[in-house]
Design a protein around this ligand. Structure first.
Ligand SMILES: Nc1ncnc2c1ncn2[C@@H]1O[C@H](COP(=O)(O)OP(=O)(O)OP(=O)(O)O)[C@@H](O)[C@H]1O
Length: 300
């Protein structure tokens, strides 16, 4: 793996089902080795984007490149693992059968790692998959994906239907695998708090469009939450890029994009940094706001 190269690049990517665009003008670029949080409301186009990345769908517009090659080619598919939303497990198989199936269908299969991982999680190889708990099934599905030794791991809502402890365990297992392999991960989720300690790149999709794509640290450093008198809000909004604007008769709360540093403000304003949940919610509330690299913004 070469440092500084691009794991995932989409240019003007679009996909429509019949006459409706599920994804439109989607342009983004994610460096290798990142753990990407793909967030957005129901129907935003997350699954559609992930299916385009793993070659399950073909674009109707634009293109998507994965690890330097077109998505969906044989060369790309051997380097990518995908964990679909409804975990791709066979209930009637034992866990050992699932591993045998994985070994037959994946040339680079790492059986030792799979067996070690399941043993460390106390998941018996002879247990039928259908008899495992939801958390254990998620761990088996993740193990099957990891044993492929992918360079890009794509997970569509891997935490759906899991209790908080199981969510934590799955994320912890995923992070251990990332630390060991350096692979790029893209995972979609509705629950931003699950992603806070794990992901270092954020993509926000809303209504089939990319609103945000960037390094999470940079994004957090480049936004601030301002609170001040409502009568001064228009003046601030005229100077700064306002992502979200919440006003009562007396008070205004503005989430603004500042770039580096703190903006000079009238002393009647207070300002503070934002957390990931606040940032994501602000963009989702305002589908017309965008924080994208300049070329994509210029087209919007
Ligand atoms: N096979 C399909 N046929 C027709 N429309 C579809 C199909 N798959 C998705 N869509 C539509 O495309 C849009 C995007 O759907 P998609 O499943 O990609 O969103 P999502 O962000 O993954 O949603 P969720 O969070 O609910 O899983 C939605 O309006 C959906 O109804």
């Amino acid at each position: 793996m070469t440092a500084g190269t691009t794991a995932l690049a989409a240019t003007g990517l679009g996909k429509k089902y019949r006459r409706t665009w599920a994804l439109k003008d989607c342009s983004l670029s994610v460096p290798e080795g990142r753990v990407v949080a793909l967030v957005g409301p129901n129907g935003a186009g997350k699954t559609t984007l992930l299916h385009l990345v793993v070659g399950l769908l073909a674009p109707d517009q634009g293109d998507v490149t994965v690890l330097g090659s077109s998505a969906g080619t044989t060369r790309t598919l051997s380097r990518v693992a995908f964990l679909a939303q409804d975990k791709p497990l066979y209930d009637g198989f034992s866990v050992a059968d699932m591993l045998r199936f994985g070994a037959r269908t994946n040339p680079g299969w790492d059986q030792d790692m799979a067996v070690r991982r399941l043993a460390s999680l106390d998941i018996p190889l002879d247990r039928r998959v259908g008899k495992l708990s939801g958390g254990q099934q998620a761990q088996v599905a993740l193990t099957v994906a990891l044993a492929k030794r992918p360079e890009l791991l794509v997970l569509d809502e891997p935490l759906a239907n899991l209790d908080p402890l199981a969510r934590h365990e799955v994320m912890r297992g995923l992070m251990a695998a990332v630390a060991e392999s350096g692979m790029t991960v893209v995972l979609s989720s509705h629950v931003v708090s699950d992603l806070v300690d794990t992901c270092d790149w954020l993509v926000v999709l809303n209504g089939g469009r990319v609103q945000v794509s960037g390094d999470i640290e940079d994004l957090l450093a480049g936004h601030r939450l301002l609170t001040g008198p409502a009568e001064l809000a228009d003046g601030v909004a005229g100077r700064l890029a306002v992502v979200d604007d919440d006003r009562t008769d007396r008070q205004a709360t503005l989430l603004v994009r500042t770039g580096e540093g703190r903006p000079p403000l009238d002393p009647r304003w207070t300002d503070r940094g934002v957390n990931l949940e606040e940032l994501v919610l602000a963009y989702l509330r305002r589908p017309d706001s965008a924080a994208l690299p300049k070329p994509a913004l210029a087209r919007a």
